[in-house]
Design a binder for this molecule. Structure first.
Ligand code: FAD
Length: 550
């Protein structure tokens, strides 16, 4: 295909990536980039941190300017220029220049769409009040920041406990507000399972955030100087509302042009990022992707995929065969002193799809315990029960969560099994890790489960364990640990006294063991198995149990 002119709609993650790659591949193509807003290539992901004050300079939010893009890439960037129609038969777009209010047409050989996704604003009373904000771009950010600076609100309600909602909650607390999150589900951060999200609930509450879970917003009313937030579970007052209940692809003009969309309004593209029209490509939050694990069609709005898809589209436009292999949903989030990350599918998804999966929890130190400052991290690994193939992982902790999740994300990308995690040779020195890295440990534990060396039970099984003496319930921690808190019905036999006190355990009945994080329970199970006991270890131990079960 002879391509001499490419138009791009959307000047941020997907659009700007595509534009720069196009230029690097071809010095002579004419490239025009339309952005309806004032800014291009800005740091959407950094916006909450400007509001909270971690990012201090406005200028740091913009990574490129139209002038910079012109100078470096010779790209004609037209900000405040909104494409209002795609005329695919004529291969033109209609553009409204908001600076002059004039409308004009521009021809193309190839059109690339990266219009992103816009915040969902449900049709409920009060949603358009001036103190109800959404956050997508720089002007939204300034609106929120200016409101906080000028009116000094004391309280904020964040509607929606997704990534943006939780990041905003933290940053509003940092800005001095008292924050309530209203979330319809029983947990925040849907890409985590309830168990791992519970750890975040505790952290949010420790930092003063009020969580209203399983609560739906019904309306918002002005009430004197404050706002009345009406939910299905009651009413509370606040000074401002951040609406963060999700995003929807911004594909109105694509729909009007007759491009194929899925039911959620996302553009359907092939592996080369080509839409249903041979001359139109698309990338980013506006496109449907294939879930890397399940092969289901999905819409997963993340910056990494948007950037990669923009580059892949540019490659294909320039005749370089390049394929997008699907989205794993690798994501990470700071929640006060914790970091939460996930990659691949959750247990919820594995259940919904009826997959034959197993899960394991490991609690590991972020680096060698004898070197100061090590912190606990919880790893949940979800894997295929037959093949051991890793389906997903979720990690919550502080130091080093990101690199562990990235290692597992890379492993998933190469279709690894949990046994492969045991073989990874990862960087080690005491300040950074342990000779057996937490990722290796997750692999060892899962491998032991798969090959039957270790039998486990989970925190959610505990309440249904009979307390009538028909099974043995043993807590293998030290007496001190046991005294500081234990699960009702479990008797204390520390692992180091187990061999001497084995006669206290009835061999004819199964043994359920708990320890602090699962390690001593595993050791106890191995000892007891050697003497013919049928033994089960609580995955993640008492530490995980206490995070989840209140
Ligand atoms: P966008 O970056 O949204 O860009 C689309 C652009 O197209 C917009 O500027 C829009 O004005 C313009 N446009 C739309 N229609 C037209 C038109 N008709 N004419 C002209 N211009 C048009 N992702 C992560 O992976 N990690 C994070 O930590 C993270 N944090 C985020 C925090 C916030 C507050 C937000 C809002 C998003 C965050 N994301 C994060 C998501 C990430 O920013 C998006 O996935 C990514 O920006 C999508 O890129 P895109 O090119 O598809 O769309």
């Amino acid at each position: 295909m002879n391509v001499s002119k490419v138009l791009i709609i959307g000047g941020v993650a997907g659009g700007a990536s595509a534009a720069a790659r196009l230029r690097r591949l071809n010095e002579h193509i004419e490239i025009i980039l339309f952005e309806k807003g004032e800014y291009i290539s800005f740091a959407n992901c950094g916006l909450p941190y400007y509001i909270g004050g971690d990012i201090k300079n406005k200028a740091d939010l913009t990574l490129q300017t139209p002038l910079g893009f012109k100078k470096r890439f010779n790209i004609d960037v037209r900000t405040f220029n909104e494409v209002t129609a795609i005329n695919k038969d004529e291969k033109t777009v209609t553009v409204l220049n908001h600076n002059t209010n004039e409308t004009y047409e521009e021809t193309y050989d190839i059109l690339l769409l990266s219009p992103g996704a816009e915040p969902i604003r449900p049709n409920i009373e009060g949603i358009n009040l001036s103190r109800v904000f959404t956050l997508r771009n720089i002007p939204d950010t300034y609106r929120i920041k200016d409101y906080i600076d000028n009116f000094v609100p004391k309280a904020a309600a964040v509607i929606g406990g997704g990534y943006i909602g939780v990041e905003m909650a933290e940053n509003l607390v940092q800005a001095g507000l008292s924050v309530t999150i209203v979330e319809m589900q029983n947990q925040v951060i849907a890409p985590l399972d309830f168990d791992m999200a519970s750890i975040l609930h505790n952290e949010l509450e420790r930092n003063g955030v009020t969580l209203k879970l399983e609560t739906a917003l019904e309306k918002i009313e002005e009430q004197g100087s404050s706002l009345k937030v009406v939910t299905n579970k009651g009413v509370f007052n606040t000074d401002m509302v951040i609406l963060a209940i999700g995003v929807k692809p911004e594909t109105k003009i694509a729909a009007e042009a007759g491009l194929k969309l899925n039911q959620r309004g996302a553009l359907i593209v092939d592996d080369n990022m080509k839409t249903s029209d041979d001359f139109i490509f698309a990338a980013g939050d506006a496109v449907e992707v294939t879930d890397f694990i399940t092969n289901e069609k999905a819409v997963i709005p993340l910056a990494g995929p948007a950037n990669k898809q923009g580059r892949i589209a540019a490659d294909n436009i320039c005749g370089i065969k390049s394929e997008y292999r699907g989205t794993q949903g690798s994501a990470i989030l700071k929640v006060f002193n914790l970091t939460a990350s996930s990659t691949g599918i959750t247990e919820k998804t594995a259940k919904r799809l009826g997959l034959n999966y197993e899960k394991s929890f490991t609690v590991s130190a972020s680096h060698a315990g004898y070197y100061p400052g090590a912190e606990e991290m919880f790893i949940k690994t979800i894997f295929d029960k037959e093949t051991g193939k890793i389906l997903g992982a979720q990690i919550v902790g502080s130091e080093g969560v990101d690199k562990r999740c990235d290692v597992i994300a890379a492993s998933i990308n190469f279709k690894a099994a949990v046994s492969d995690l045991t073989k990874l040779e990862l960087c080690y020195a005491p300040p950074y890790s342990s000779a057996k890295d937490p990722v290796n440990m997750a692999g060892y534990v899962a491998e032991n489960i798969l090959n039957g060396i270790s039998k486990i039970f989970h925190y959610h099984d505990v309440s249904s364990l009979p307390k009538d003496g028909s099974i043995n319930l043993i807590d293998t921690r030290t007496k001190g640990e046991y005294m500081r808190g234990h699960i009702d019905g479990f008797i204390n036999i520390p692992v180091d006294s187990l061999r001497e006190r084995m006669n206290e355990i009835d061999k004819s009945k199964p043994v359920y063991i708990v320890c602090q994080v699962g390690l001593r329970g595993y050791l106890a199970c191995r000892i007891l198995s050697g003497y013919g006991y049928d033994c089960y270890n609580l995955s993640g131990g008492y530490t995980l149990y206490k995070e989840i079960i209140k």
